[in-house]
Every structure is written in structure tokens, then in C-alpha cells.
Design a protein around this ligand. Structure first.
Ligand code: NAI
Length: 327
């Protein structure tokens, strides 16, 4: 049998954690051949609740689970980790200023970055889910100087999947007909869901939908879908976020299918005019455990202005955490 892969999940007692852990344990992320050792990290006051989730994980008798431990110490939780899903974060409380939020999360992600630097396996892959996800990934990477920054990514696959679903519904096709959709920029309301290069059943998506629909309905609907879910469900996206985080990691490890790509927020290499180091979403292909920003795409004036607006927001977030001494 293959050696177990150590997977660290933070925020294990939260609602995304609850939707995520059982699927990882069932093999949905790494496949039916790969045993997993689950390291769960929580804040001390939520360790007990995480232990409750562990009781249920054990009660599933998942054959692929090689062990489960709950920690409140990041140094222990990331020891030997090959995959880390950083879900736990500090939500914005009532009356909390933006700088307070950045500072609170900066405290969390700088400590976790250091623990990853010191203890994680050489092949560590990190996805940050906790918001502000892109900037939290930037902070984490900054505190792990011995690990290539490219291993620190943030989740925009949920936005990608939301966009795929909307385009499929609009064109009356199944989601599997949609290829080459891209999310650019920040996981926030400024994000740019881009169908300029997308195809539906092999036909250019831009020939199947109106520009007005793209601008006035599609883009805002995808960008504000999180708020729509809260308004209707009475709680924030959890199972869909967990599914997307799992897909982000699955594709990074197993590779994107031929003729398609995914969206990931990754440290920019300067591609498409996004300043180097800014953690921005791009269309990427993955293979052999690494990813590559899709090169050479033609960017229209409309796309350019949308990408620039979101990247400007990311630069402001970066300036904010720099001013706080967090990077
Ligand atoms: P939740 O509040 O239900 O759970 C968060 C958990 O994280 C709590 O159990 C909390 O104790 C834990 N936590 C806080 N600080 C921690 C630390 N330093 N170490 C370990 N655990 C810690 O929240 P939920 O719904 O699970 O969401 C988690 C995060 O994911 C939020 O920041 C949310 O905004 C974000 N999110 C991101 C999405 C994306 O697409 N990037 C989509 C949906 C949510």
C-alpha cells in the first residue's frame, strides 16, 4: 500500500471543515489508492468541537484514513504535511475596521507560515480558503522563506465553478460542455469572471451569449454569489466552498484535463501585467504536481480594465499588510 499523505486542515471545527473532512477522508481529493493522515488545527476553544467531528470521522470507518489528530499548536499540525488547506480565519466582526481584520488574520497566517516553513514536507502545497484569501496567502508565503512562494495559493475555484454553472444554465447545456473559463484577480467582488476564451460544446461562448448579459448579469452574479447564498440559505457557502477547495487540490495533484484549465490565485510571475508577487487569480494548467499560468491569451480592452481593477485592490491589500509590518 502507498504511504499515507499528511493533510493539514485548519478551521476543522468550522462549517467548511465539516463539509470538507469527510470527503477528503473518503478519497475524493487524492483518489481511492492514497491513504491520508489528517492533522486538524483549531483554536484552543474549538478543539473540543473538532474532536466531536473526529468521532464522526471514525464512525464512517473510512478505509483510507491512516490516523487523525487534533492540535491547537500550528508547529505540531503542520509537521510533515504535504498538503495544507488553510480554512480557519478571523471573520470581520461588527464595527471592525479593515486594518483590524488584516491585522487579526496577519497574526494567524504569519504563525502558520512559519510553522509550515519549519515543519512541512518538501513537497508542501498550500491553499488558503480563509478570507481575505489572496492576501492571507501572501502573508503565509512571506513567513516561509525556505519554501518556494509558488507553493502558496488561494482559492478561486469556487468562483470558477459558480461561473461554469451560470454559463451552462444560460446556454442550456451541461456543465461538462463548458471549458476554458477563467477567474482573474481577487476573491472578492472585484474579481473578473472571464468567458472570452471559453467554449461551450466547442463553440466560442461569446457567440452564444450577449455582451450585455456578460456585463450586467453574469459578472455581478458570480462576483456576488457569496452574498446571494447568505441571503437565501441564511448561512455562508460551506459545502460548495469545501468542494472547490478539494477540487483545487485534486487538480493541482492530479493535473487538469487536456484542453481545459482551472482558476487558481497564485503569486504572479509578472504575467498579464500583474505585478510580480501579488497573489492573483489566473487561468492555470496543472501537471505533475505543478501549475503553469496559461500563456499568450489575448486580452481585450474590457478584460484589461476588469483585471486591472481587481489587481489594484490586491495591491492596496498588499500595501495595507506591508504598512502593518506583516510582510
Ligand atoms: P467558520 O467560522 O464556520 O469556521 C472557521 C473555523 O476556523 C472556526 O472553527 C474557528 O475556530 C477556526 N479558526 C479561527 N482561527 C483559527 C486559527 N488561528 N487556527 C485554526 N483554526 C482557526 O467559517 P467557515 O464558514 O468554515 O469559513 C472559513 C473561512 O473561509 C472564512 O474566512 C470564509 O470567509 C472563507 N471562505 C472562503 C471562500 C473562498 O472561496 N475563498 C468561500 C467561502 C468561505
Amino acid at each position: 500500500a502507498a504511504a499515507p499523505v499528511t493533510v493539514t486542515v485548519t478551521g476543522a471545527a468550522g462549517q467548511i471543515g465539516y463539509a470538507l473532512l469527510f470527503r477528503i477522508a473518503s478519497g475524493a481529493m487524492l483518489g481511492p489508492e492514497v491513504p491520508v493522515k489528517l492533522n486538524l488545527l483549531e483554536v484552543p476553544q474549538a478543539v473540543h468541537a473538532a474532536e466531536g467531528t473526529v468521532l464522526e470521522l471514525l464512525d464512517c470507518a473510512f478505509e483510507l484514513v491512516a490516523g487523525i489528530d487534533v492540535y491547537d499548536n500550528p508547529a505540531h499540525a503542520f509537521d510533515g504535511a504535504s498538503l495544507a488547506l488553510l480554512v480557519g480565519a478571523k471573520p470581520r466582526g461588527p464595527g471592525m475596521e479593515r486594518a483590524d481584520l488584516l491585522a487579526a488574520n496577519g497574526g494567524i497566517f504569519s504563525v502558520q507560515g512559519r510553522a509550515i516553513n519549519d515543519g512541512a514536507a518538501d513537497d508542501i502545497k498550500v491553499v488558503v480558503v480563509g478570507n481575505p484569501a489572496n492576501t492571507n496567502a501572501l502573508i503565509t508565503a512571506a513567513h516561509a522563506p525556505d519554501i518556494p512562494a509558488s507553493r502558496f495559493t488561494a482559492l478561486t475555484r469556487l468562483d470558477h465553478d459558480r461561473a461554469v454553472a451560470q454559463l451552462a444554465a444560460r446556454t442550456g447545456t451541461g456543465v461538462s460542455a463548458v471549458r476554458k473559463l477563467a477567474i482573474w484577480g481577487n476573491h472578492s467582488a472585484t474579481q473578473y469572471p472571464d468567458i472570452s476564451h471559453a467554449t461551450v460544446d466547442g463553440r466560442p461562448a461569446t457567440e452564444l451569449v450577449e455582451q450585455d448579459w456578460i456585463r450586467d448579469e453574469f459578472i455581478p452574479r458570480v462576483a456576488k454569489r457569496g452574498a446571494e447564498v447568505i441571503a437565501v440559505r441564511g448561512g455562508s457557502s460551506a459545502a460548495s466552498a469545501a468542494n472547490a477547495a478539494l477540487e483545487h487540490m485534486r487538480l493541482w495533484v492530479q493535473g487538469t484535463p487536456e484542453g481545459d484549465w482551472t482558476s487558481m490565485a497564485v503569486p504572479s510571475d509578472g504575467s498579464y501585467g500583474v505585478p510580480e508577487g501579488v497573489v492573483s487569480s489566473f487561468p492555470v494548467t496543472t501537471s505533475g504536481g505543478s501549475y503553469k499560468i496559461v500563456p499568450g491569451l489575448e486580452i481585450s480592452d474590457f478584460s484589461r480594465s476588469r483585471i486591472d481593477a481587481s489587481v489594484t485592490e490586491l495591491q492596496e491589500e498588499r500595501d495595507g499588510v506591508r504598512a502593518l509590518g506583516l510582510i
